[in-house]
Design a protein around this ligand. Structure first.
Ligand code: NDP
Ligand code: KPL
Length: 303
């Protein structure tokens, strides 16, 4: 299958790279500055699971080529609109678009643009770009999850699973991807919220006096909002996520926190901001979430 990776950053660069390493034909849709760098140095992945450097096949939005079979959509949320427009020429009737953004608010604009070509997706991985524009992957886990949004078994999803099998990273097909996306949304909103608020990795927050209670209170606020809007989340999700948080390394950081440390734009409106809108709609107070969001707004004000 012909694969297009939209956004050769921490996520697209890593998972696209693992597919290239396995021998799949992968093209990266990039913007001109990134193209220049990747042409000069190649796409460099430093990973706890094995380094890999290669010369990527690159296109920019004005190039002409036949539609792709799969698009791994891996930009930040604040680039969503532009990226949707840029990828349109490369999407055909049968192209499957797998969004890898954190959160859920991107699904509606993607579906408006591409209808049923869009399936569900997410990733569990800790990657970032270093100053040289190289992908740095720092925790062992590297899981990309994808699946049909409507719980149906389709030929296309099976073909994609076959294409993704046998790589060094874990590509996992899910028959409950909507639930997986909401669970990940709960986790990332909470973890990026506390790490950016406390300016600390998860370990010191979790192990400080009252830290676990604080994290749990935010999880509870967010689940209240999610339940109000009938999101498909499990009854015991807070306990499950507290267990996962217990298992994280002391130095574990979120991508929003790393972006903040670098003075970059953040996805606060897409993640916490979307939940704030839902909270307002359902008349839910959510004081900790409000504090987390205000902190992000102050950061943006000072950028
Ligand atoms: N990094 C992580 O550990 C994790 C991130 N996520 C989520 O994955 C998503 C992607 O994050 P991440 O990969 O870290 O972000 P990065 O900023 O590292 O990468 C995004 C890339 O998208 C590119 N891009 C933006 N717009 C376009 C466009 N129109 N055409 C081509 N390329 C474009 C940017 O290129 P340019 O250089 O031109 O700006 C950039 O290289 C986010 O929603 C994030 O929350 C999820 C799990 C973990
Ligand atoms: C929490 C983590 C690292 C899990 O993949 C993540 O999604 C992020 O920081 O954006």
């Amino acid at each position: 299958m012909r694969i297009l990776v939209l956004g050769a950053g921490g996520i697209g660069g890593y998972f696209g790279g693992r597919l290239v390493e396995k021998g799949e034909v992968v093209t990266f849709l990039v913007r001109s500055k990134r193209k220049q760098l990747l042409e000069e140095k190649g796409l460099v992945i430093h990973s706890v699971n094995g380094d890999f450097t290669f010369a990527p096949k690159l296109i920019t939005k004005t190039d002409q080529t036949a539609p792709f079979d799969i698009v791994l959509f891996s930009t930040k949320a604040y680039h969503l609109e532009e990226a949707i427009n840029d990828v349109k020429p490369f999407v055909g009737e049968n192209t499957v678009i797998i969004p890898l953004l954190n959160g859920v608010a991107h699904l509606s604009p993607l579906q408006e643009a591409f209808g049923e070509n869009v399936i569900g997706g997410l990733s569990f991985i800790e990657t970032t770009l270093n100053e040289a524009g190289e992908v740095v992957h720092t925790s062992k886990f590297d899981r990309l999850v994808f699946g049909e949004l409507e719980h149906i078994e389709t030929d296309r999803i099976q073909q994609i699973a076959d294409t993704f099998s046998g790589t060094k990273a874990k590509f996992v097909m899910s028959n409950q991807i909507k639930k997986d996306m909401w669970h990940k949304y709960l986790m990332i909103t909470t973890m990026s919220g506390v790490t950016t608020l406390m300016r600390a990795p998860m370990g010191p927050i979790r192990d400080s006096e009252g830290g676990k209670g604080f994290i749990r209170s935010l999880l509870l606020e967010v689940t209240e909002i999610m339940r109000a809007c009938k999101a498909p989340i499990d009854d015991n999700i807070v306990e499950e996520q507290m267990k996962s948080i217990d298992g994280l390394s002391y130095q574990f950081k979120t991508s929003m926190q790393r972006d903040m440390e670098k003075g970059l734009f953040i996805e606060g409106d897409h993640l916490q901001g979307h939940l704030m809108k839902l909270a307002k709609q359902y008349d839910i107070e959510a004081p900790i979430l409000k504090t987390v969001y205000q902190n992000l707004k102050v950061y943006e004000e000072m950028m």
